[in-house]
Design a protein around this ligand. Structure first.
Ligand code: NAD
Length: 251
């Protein structure tokens, strides 16, 4: 299916040291893309090596994306690696769990800096490069909490509502200039991000009972949707937030 073929494309994926980002990066590589992998922790290097084993080119950049002033340099380095970026996946994200009444300002600001600010500024920096070339795909990783309020995670909820808003705002400005901006909203996925939820047996059971698919999602579940939104198969899709949630939102 040439529609889904990413051969010759270069992709930047953030937060690839494990979890969903690693799954997405490996999926894009399996579809043919070369990868620039960005992560704060060294685990991103292992993901880059896995991608090389698949037969694609991969470079790891270790960086803290929550430092706003560092983003122009990081974006510049990411573009320089292969000379161009066709696909950007803003996946890196953190969560801090504490009730709203006790939520620390530091937790709020840390979450907003990475989950919201880095998504906008990286999209802006790499988006400018895409606009100059007249083509590109940006995929932001949203959440069920782009639609719902959640419990004990007010900063995270605010940041993920913002991710949906940024996706739509950029999509409106850039769709006519060859750059499609969309988002994937994963449901409840088994990664470090949800380790605390899964460790709580009662909470974990009540979550699974509400998921029509009857199971937690996995990084593998995001491969197909990411390839779709990164490929020419989705050229007329703009500003969409695609739920990949085993049916959670429809229940
Ligand atoms: P994870 O904790 O397994 O991975 C997070 C990744 O982000 C890691 O690679 C980590 O190194 C990187 N990272 C963290 N802080 C960083 C920083 N300051 N700079 C650069 N990289 C940094 O989490 P995950 O579950 O794979 O989450 C990935 C994305 O998916 C996040 O945006 C998260 O909010 C979102 N998400 C997850 C779920 C879920 O159920 N797991 C559901 C909805 C959305």
């Amino acid at each position: 299916m040439p529609f889904f073929d990413l051969s010759g494309k270069t992709a930047v994926v953030t937060g690839v040291s494990g979890g969903l980002g690693r799954g997405i990066a490996v999926g894009l590589a399996e579809a043919g893309a070369d990868l620039v992998c960005i992560s704060q922790s060294e685990g991103g290097n292992a993901t880059a090596r896995t991608i090389e084993e698949i037969g694609r080119r991969a470079v790891f950049i270790q960086a803290d994306l929550s430092v706003e002033t560092a983003l122009p340099d990081i974006a510049g380095r990411a573009i320089e690696v292969f000379g161009r970026v066709d696909i950007l996946v803003n996946n890196a994200g953190i969560i801090r769990r504490r009730p709203a009444a006790d939520h620390a300002a530091e937790d709020w600001h840390d979450v907003i800096a990475l989950n919201m600010n880095s998504v906008f500024f990286l999209s802006q920096l790499i988006g400018r490069h895409m606009l100059q070339r007249g083509s590109g795909k940006i995929i932001n990783i949203a959440s069920m909490l782009s639609f719902q309020g959640g419990i004990n995670v007010p900063g995270y909820t605010a940041s993920k509502h913002a991710v949906a808003g940024i996706t739509k705002a950029l999509a409106n400005e850039w769709a006519g200039r060859g750059v499609q901006v969309n988002a994937i909203a994963p449901g409840y996925m088994a990664t470090d991000n949800t380790a605390a939820l899964r460790a709580d047996e009662a909470r974990s059971r009540s979550i699974v009972e509400r998921i029509p698919a009857g199971r937690w999602g996995t990084p593998e579940d995001l491969k197909g949707p990411a390839i779709f939104l990164a490929s020419s198969a989705s050229d007329y899709i703009s500003g969409h937030v695609l739920c990949v949630d085993g049916g959670w939102m429809t229940r």
